[in-house]
Design a protein around this ligand. Structure first.
Ligand SMILES: [Zn+2]
Ligand SMILES: [Zn+2]
Length: 307
């Protein structure tokens, strides 16, 4: 029963990842098709603006492809020299994407400030149409990637396409305002607003990334609560040296020491399994390493008493 339950939940974690990979693939196909369309359109209509938007779309597709490849790599089996497997590749990919977005918004700010002082160029109707095409592409990818967002890898991809969609909306709004009112400052103002959103989203995501890289306790789990749960198992006298961390989003690990009352020492298996079952059910932690100690045990080596 116990093993069955664990198998089932482990399976669903794999399923979530498969679904995420499917979403990323769809978003890449959508963006990639738009690149091809824009390149053809650009060549036929001799529009440099369309070609440059195709280049931007190509960069988007590459960012999505990076996330997809990271997802594929992360599902590789562990080896004797990488016993945790390759799950952290997802986190590294999210880190790279987050840093890239911060650099991108720095460039948006730089351009906006320049346009505050230099005479602004009016965006022609052609540019507005092209921006709208790009927006449709980004909106499609957003629709595909959002909904049941889980892993940081997909979060990073979603943040990228959302940032692009927002930039497009900003460009369209600014373009229309300039066409109808000739009020040029709207352009840099909208850019600064867009850049601020991207920085906000990226920093929020990067904090999650760094928390995982620093082996922090998963945000959704309260360590004292877990200790309380372990203490609630009958026969457990003391809990110490508890570590909880994630190797990637939603893949949590736990190690702990349990001091057992002398009268349950003959039933170690039962106490252990009850503890593991509770930890899996309540916190979704499937990989646990629990050291059982008798009351009189005098421990050697490095021991963490506080946590
Ligand atoms: Zn320790
Ligand atoms: Zn101990």
């Amino acid at each position: 029963m116990n093993a069955c339950l664990r198998e089932k939940t482990e399976g669903s974690l794999e399923e979530i990842q498969k679904k995420e990979q499917k979403k990323l693939k769809l978003a890449i196909i959508t963006t990639g098709s738009l690149v091809v369309l824009e390149v053809f359109g650009g060549i036929i209509s001799n529009s440099l603006a369309l070609l440059s938007d195709a280049w931007h779309m190509f960069v988007d597709a590459s960012a999505l492809a990076t996330c997809f490849l990271a997802g594929e790599l992360s599902s590789k089996n562990p080896t004797s020299d990488k016993t945790f497997g390759y799950h952290r590749v997802e986190i590294l990919s999210a880190l790279a994407n987050g840093v890239l977005l911060v650099v991108l918004s720095a460039y948006i700010f730089y351009e906006a400030i320049q346009r505050l002082f230099l005479p602004a160029q009016v965006k022609g109707l052609e540019m507005l149409v092209i921006t709208t095409i790009g927006l449709v592409g980004n909106a499609l990818s957003m629709g595909i990637l959002s909904g049941g967002v889980r892993g940081l890898n997909v979060k990073a991809a979603l943040l990228h396409v959302t940032s692009d969609a927002l930039s497009s909306v900003g460009a369209i709004v600014a373009g229309l305002v300039i066409i109808f009112t000739n009020w040029y400052p709207v352009d840099p103002i909208v850019s600064i607003m867009t850049g601020s959103f991207i920085v906000y989203g990226s920093v929020k995501m990067l904090r999650e990334v760094l928390h995982i890289l620093l082996e922090g306790v998963p945000i959704s789990i309260n360590l004292n609560d877990v200790v309380g749960t372990m203490m609630s198992v009958s026969g457990v006298k003391e809990v110490h040296d508890v570590h909880i961390w994630s190797i990637t989003s939603y893949r949590h690990y736990l190690s702990a020491h349990l001091v057992l009352r002398n009268d349950v020492l003959s039933n170690v298996g039962e106490v252990l399994n009850e503890t593991k079952r509770l930890i899996d059910e309540k916190y979704g932690i499937r990989h646990t390493t629990i050291q059982v100690e008798p009351e009189s045990y005098e421990e050697v080596g490095e021991v963490h008493r506080q946590y």
